[in-house]
Design a protein around this ligand. Sequence first.
Ligand SMILES: NC(=O)c1ccc[n+]([C@@H]2O[C@H](COP(=O)([O-])OP(=O)(O)OC[C@H]3O[C@@H](n4cnc5c(N)ncnc54)[C@H](O)[C@@H]3O)[C@@H](O)[C@H]2O)c1
Ligand SMILES: O=C(O)[C@H](O)[C@H](O)COP(=O)(O)O
Length: 385
Amino acid sequence: MLIVADENIPLLDSFFGDMGDIRRVPGRTMTAEQVRDADILLVRSVTQVGPRLLEGSRVRFVGTATIGTDHIDLDWLEQQGIAFSAAPGCNANSVVEYVLSVVLLHAERKGLDDWSSLSVGVVGVGSVGGKVARKLERLGFDVHLCDPPRAEDPDDEDAEGFESLADVLKCDVVTLHTPLTRDQAHATYHMIGAEELSLLRSPQLLISAGRGAVVDCQSLSDRLDQPDAPAVALDVWEPEPAVDPALMDKVWLATPHIAGYSLEGKVHGTEMVYQALSRYLGLPVRKKSGQFLPEPALNKVSFTSSADEADALRISLLSCYDPRRDDARMRVAIRGDEAERSKAFDRLRRDYPVRRECSSLKVQLKGTSKSLQDSFRAIGFKIKI
Ligand SMILES: NC(=O)c1ccc[n+]([C@@H]2O[C@H](COP(=O)([O-])OP(=O)(O)OC[C@H]3O[C@@H](n4cnc5c(N)ncnc54)[C@H](O)[C@@H]3O)[C@@H](O)[C@H]2O)c1
Ligand SMILES: O=C(O)[C@H](O)[C@H](O)COP(=O)(O)O
């Protein structure tokens, strides 16, 4: 069996080595020629999968080690009888930690003593947005939710209290977690356009961590030229990989589509596709991720009752993930003509440093308040009292 795989899928040999021969190819430029004799195709978000890539090939199973599926022509795969699996939720926690760190830095920049005094609007309340909302609620934030497809779904038992997009855009922070969809009810392509952007004003913060084209980035660039523009944190761009350097200069935090790039998120993505392929082939479905996610023995911090509680939370969260490091790397790397910028964007992603989630950090909280301990638990740290 021949498996053709994006070379940037981690742990290909460890997960798929016993299943067949693996041919690694660059995902961004994958060609029909490279996949023609494959039985299995494994991709990430940068490969467009549809008739142009697969017509005339032997491929019977396509797996994407990602949450998003907007790069896959799902209808065509179904018509062809080609099995498909994504990795829903694999890196949701990583995106949540990106959002929490961005909100923390925003509150700090605004000089707020209590970050949870901010109201947060979550647009798209699925796997990622739902987790963002639950964690923020546990941390005491005033959270508002917008998800019209769920609000209209009669079978969704938890679909309560959803608000309109216009109402949610009144929050201090608005964070976008919808898929990119076109030609369907509540399509999200350019959902945040000139009109919506005119409703967002300084000192509000817009975070975009779903897909770039959910925001009309030309309108965003124009809006950011105005003096009352909101602050913006962009993890996803329109277009990628050729990020517009003028837009990058105007946004507060610029990161190269890495919100989901924790080690845990990447390993779980590969494992979920491996398990789906095992089921498809009728092989035993094993869990292998644990061996690649060791407990980092050195990652321990401790605070006592004398610690400033806000500082303890801040130090711990930012020591796990500080988006300013990714922002700094991106601003240095993205330069030159379109081809150079595209290469730099992909290089930043390919060579991304190992990033562990908060659950990998052991925090000792001797003699601290119950509310601080609850906050650490809500974020996902392991705590020792
Ligand atoms: N930046 C990153 O690194 C990164 C990482 C993971 C996922 N993503 C993106 O985030 C998206 C969401 O992931 P998920 O796991 O939460 O998906 P999901 O399918 O679990 O949830 C998406 C939610 O968005 C809702 N939605 C759809 N159209 C909407 C609209 N017009 N307005 C408001 N809500 C709408 C859906 O009803 C659903 O509840 C993915 O599709 C992917 O594109 C980005
Ligand atoms: O959809 C997802 O899971 C994320 O956007 C993911 O982080 C994309 O990563 P890529 O496949 O582009 O490496």
